[in-house]
Design a protein around this ligand. Structure first.
Ligand code: B4P
Length: 191
């Protein structure tokens, strides 16, 4: 199986690139952000609880996200592989994902980490906020909090995969097609 962790700060282009990668490599796209927004839309108890954290730019509790992802992996037993977009976002999530995949006889192939400077991230997210309707994209202080949460809680996940020799850094600035080409070169060297 080809199992990719697509990683990067908020607005780095994870969701954008995941859409293109899943078509080329025939993978199942699991975006925790999209799944959580689906729960909010459906007004489920999980969604109502998650919204409180997401609107402030904070992370949703590890146990909630881990259980949610395990159910999604189990529901896609025939998958050729997965793109994990926005997950894992903490070292605890990375450890749990490793155990889940190990139990299913597979593991993470690589972490592709997109790097984009903070000014560009803020610009992209405010632009998306104009028509996305996402509360977390509309307020610059919430965006800055998301970036700060990323630096504190999420960036350490790089070390987790680096020690396993699975970490690959990718320049996330440029056109969407240029960045896609960089990601494909990295993946094609592994398969
Ligand atoms: P996510 O939905 O994962 O959202 P995101 O990181 O903000 O960005 P995304 O990846 O979707 O956007 P993209 O960069 O593609 O998370 C939202 C919230 O959910 C989190 O803050 C947290 O509260 C919660 N959550 C999610 N996962 C969690 C987890 N595992 N644990 C706990 N909580 C979790 O694109 C951004 C914009 O840039 C777009 O408008 C796009 O068009 C534009 N763009 C993309 N590439 C570009 C390029 N090359 N040039 C110019 N613009 C570009």
């Amino acid at each position: 199986m080809l199992n990719i962790v697509l990683f990067g700060p908020p607005g780095a282009g994870k969701g954008t690139q995941a859409e293109k990668l899943l078509k080329k490599y025939e993978l199942i796209h699991l975006s925790t952000g999209d799944i959580l927004r689906g729960e909010i839309c459906a007004e489920t108890p999980l969604g109502i609880e998650a919204k409180k954290s997401m609107d402030k730019g904070e992370l949703v509790a590890d146990e909630v996200v881990i259980a949610m992802m395990e159910a999604k992996i189990d529901a896609n037993k025939e998958a050729k592989g997965f793109i994990f977009d926005g997950f894992p976002r903490t070292t605890a999530q990375a450890e749990a994902l490793g155990e889940m995949l190990h139990e299913k006889g597979t593991n993470i192939t690589c972490m592709l980490a997109l790097f984009v400077d903070d000014d560009e991230l803020i610009k992209r997210l405010l632009l998306r906020g104009k028509d996305s309707g996402r509360a977390d994209d509309q307020d610059q202080s919430v965006i800055e909090n998301r970036i700060s949460v990323y630096n504190k809680e999420t960036a350490p996940v790089i070390d987790f995969y680096d020690t396993q020799n699975k970490y690959i850094s990718i320049d996330g600035v440029g056109s969407i097609d240029e960045i896609f080409a960089r990601l494909c070169v990295a993946i094609d060297q592994l398969i």
